[in-house]
Write a protein that binds this ligand. Structure first.
Ligand SMILES: [Zn+2]
Ligand SMILES: [Zn+2]
Length: 205
């Protein structure tokens, strides 16, 4: 098991994860309060990777980038969510996150190195366009965003959502990673792929 820490922040109790890599600490997602937590714990993230663009996962992203001058990576479909201040308004959400521009884009693909740690990256839309899951084969650890939760799956009724697409993605891309893989979800406690494959009411056949 790799070395990781969890911070829970914002009104939706969103998880941020800090994973130790060879060349620094990778922060996954930036819910409200993440910057304060990093400062309190005296942690300097070397990189911020965004699983998907929902406001509760990116609220502190701009502040963190400014404070630590760390690079920000996400999928191309995530860019409008995080860089366009007006983006959420077109769907009737009166939210104005501070915009942040990614420094690099991440596509689906195996063996991608971030700060010296290798991840197989899967694109699993259906909850949110551009949703990425980061799998560390070495640590048997999946940072999954809001795709798969302990006993549940991501909502499919938000803009760009499609619950059938989400379920197909989980079956095709996450289940094959192995039953003993630990899933670090965007909300709630960690779980295992095998537990969800066998008992998740949305996924059992
Ligand atoms: Zn979400
Ligand atoms: Zn969320």
């Amino acid at each position: 098991m790799s070395d990781f820490q969890t911070f829970i922040g914002g009104i939706f109790d969103t998880n941020a994860y800090l994973v130790k890599a060879r060349a620094g600490e990778i922060l996954f997602d930036a819910p409200t309060g993440t910057l304060d937590w990093l400062e309190r714990e005296k942690i300097t993230p070397g990189l911020l990777l965004i699983t998907h663009g929902h406001i509760d996962h990116i609220d502190d992203a701009a502040k963190i980038k400014k404070r630590y001058d760390c690079k920000v990576g996400c999928h191309s479909d995530t860019v409008p969510f995080i860089s366009d201040r007006e983006f959420f308004k077109q769907f009737g959400f009166f939210l104005e996150p501070e915009p942040v521009e990614p420094d690099f884009l991440i596509s689906e693909g195996k063996s991608q190195e971030f700060l010296g740690l290798s991840f197989d990256v899967s694109l699993v839309p259906g909850h949110c366009p551009g949703s990425l899951c980061f799998f560390s084969r070495k640590d048997k650890l999946l940072v999954g965003g809001d795709v798969l939760f302990a006993g549940s799956i991501g909502r499919g009724d938000l803009p760009g959502g499609d619950v059938d697409l989400l379920i197909a993605g989980i079956r095709q891309k996450l289940f094959p990673l192995g039953d003993d893989v630990t899933v670090l979800s965007g909300h709630g406690p960690p779980t295992k792929i095998g537990t969800e494959r066998k008992t998740n009411p949305f996924l059992v056949q």
